[in-house]
Write a protein that binds this ligand. Structure first.
Ligand code: S3P
Length: 427
């Protein structure tokens, strides 16, 4: 599997704020992650790739970014934009950020508002959206903050800014979101702690600012969110059997596995020994007859990126699968509730769209297909459409596969190697 996108962005950004040289192996070399590399270079960080495909980051220390002379263009990368907004807010510089049309239509107030409480000044062209200018603070205020949305991106932005604060930054989450930033900050020597309320699932994260980060060696595990598309194809296509090696299986990322097991999937995990801050496993999957279920709404932060592909899987299961608590899905690279509804409906699947979710009525049989699918600049819609096409009677045509390289370069070629019939519609 290509490296985990969330962990790759964090390794580059946290490595940049450390003292010393951080070595990263397994970095995801996708467009989103390269947007982070390019922005960090403009912020004065020396980043190079050696002959063993490892990336070397010469950290500038907490608060040490230099003022960029150029605009930072984050392309399609929401994680890069939001995490860098936090890191820049803790430096005494002014920077301007922009992105592609998808990123410029995604809400930023969730990040800018708490960062302003810490002292950053924000100059959005239009309230809530990129492009925007940021003037960071040499000494941001340490704050105690209740996250308004269950977002690891917002949490991480505040923690990265808090690294420069003279005191403790405390964040409360009502439902725990992915904790890659916390794990990695610990690996770089910060004494960050998380207190989990096992009854409510809420968590309290405490970070002490103005302590140095010490460079580390990071091995980025394979991306579970990318593996999800292979898992789906293996489950849906008769006689398939696939083993996916070295996949990150952080419990706050793998809600899809619990869901698929409840649906009757034949999936086995083989945990690997490793010295990473993140658990890793090989995952074996076989074609399985699945049944629809009600997916618990409180599982959504643990599988937020996997709903489009779950909806595709559910379309071939027996009975209905109901997914709720997905309001955040409307604010991703595209409105994924409506894009997924469009993908399924146009392929002959019965699906109900709700404000906060989807109900998919599984056919227990291959679906019709035969349509042209718009990807809406969304890599996960593109990959979900390809998997749907493979398991449909007439196949599908996808209008634009280029967004897939934001997270999974080589996806089409890998699927072709596994036997998928994918070809250019121009041929
Ligand atoms: C991510 C967090 C999630 C996820 C995104 C990556 C991260 O977004 O959807 O693909 O790396 O922190 P939110 O934090 O906005 O839920």
């Amino acid at each position: 599997m290509p490296g985990d996108k969330s962990i790759s962005h964090r390794a580059l950004i946290i490595g940049s704020l450390a003292v010393g040289n951080t070595k990263i192996s397994g970095l995801l070399e996708s467009e989103d992650v390269m947007a982070t590399v390019s922005a960090l270079r403009k912020l004065g960080v020396n980043i190079s790739r050696d002959t063993n495909n490892c990336w070397l980051v010469s950290g500038v220390g907490v608060g040490g970014f230099k003022e960029p002379s150029e605009i930072l263009d984050l392309g399609n990368a929401g994680t890069a934009a939001r995490l860098l907004m936090g890191a820049i807010s803790g430096c005494p510089i002014t920077a301007f950020l922009t992105g592609d049309s998808s990123l410029c239509s995604r809400p930023m107030a969730r990040v800018t508002e708490p960062l302003m409480l810490m002292g950053a000044e924000m100059f959005p062209r239009s309230k809530n959206y990129l492009p925007l200018g940021i003037r960071g603070q040499i000494i941001p205020m340490p704050i105690e903050y209740d996250l308004k949305v269950p977002s690891a991106q917002v949490k991480s932005a505040l923690l990265l800014c808090g690294l420069s604060s003279p005191g403790k930054v405390i964040i409360h989450e009502s439902i725990q979101s992915r904790d890659h930033t916390e794990r990695m900050l610990k690996q770089f020597g910060n004494d960050i702690t998380t207190e989990l309320d096992s009854k409510t699932g809420a968590s309290k994260i405490t970070l002490t600012g103005q302590t140095e980060l010490v460079a580390a060696n990071i091995n980025v595990p394979g991306d579970f969110s990318s593996a999800a598309f292979l898992i789906a194809a293996a489950l849906m296509i008769p006689d398939s059997e696939v083993t996916i090696k070295n996949v990150g299986v952080n419990r706050l990322r793998v809600g899809l596995l619990d869901t698929l097991l409840e649906m009757g999937a034949k999936i086995s995990l083989f945990p690997k020994k490793n010295e990473n801050a993140e658990p890793v496993a090989d995952i074996s999957v076989c074609y399985s007859k699945l049944s629809g279920i009600l997916v618990p709404a409180d599982r959504s932060p643990l599988m937020i990126d996997e709903y489009p592909i779950l909806a595709v899987i559910a379309s071939m299961a027996k009975g209905k699968t109901e997914m709720r608590g997905l309001g955040e899905l409307r604010l991703k690279e595209s409105d994924r509730i409506s894009a997924t509804t469009e993908l399924l409906r146009s392929s002959g699947v019965r699906v109900e769209e709700h404000e906060d979710g989807l109900t998919v009525h599984g056919s227990n049989n291959p679906i019709k297909g035969g349509t042209i699918i718009p990807t809406h600049l969304d890599h996960r819609i593109g990959m979900a459409a390809i998997v749907l096409g493979l398991s449909s009677k007439s196949g599908v045509t996808i209008d634009d596969i280029s967004p897939i390289s934001t997270s999974f370069p080589g996806f089409v070629e890998l699927m072709q190697k596994l036997g998928a019939d994918i070809y250019s519609a121009q041929e």
